[in-house]
Ligand binder design. Structure first.
Ligand SMILES: [Zn+2]
Length: 67
């Protein structure tokens, strides 16, 4: 029995880094807030959500290129 089934894999689809951080941006009021954007700690790429990070951004690309 595998100890790490694919469903629980949590790493970057580009570089394989196992962590990311949430991007912080200044809002209209000038306050620093966490956004919904994720940034990989390994390659520094930004992703719209966790699934996107895991798949290396291929989700959006494959959707656009789907027949
Ligand atoms: Zn990465």
């Amino acid at each position: 029995m595998p100890t790490n089934p694919p469903a629980t894999v949590n790493r970057c689809g580009y570089c394989g880094a196992s962590s990311y951080h949430r991007v912080v941006a200044r809002d209209e009021a000038g306050a620093m807030r966490y956004t919904s954007t994720l940034q990989c700690t390994g390659c520094g790429r930004e992703f719209t959500d966790l699934q996107d990070w895991r798949q290396g951004g291929q989700a959006a690309q494959s959707a656009a290129a789907a027949p």
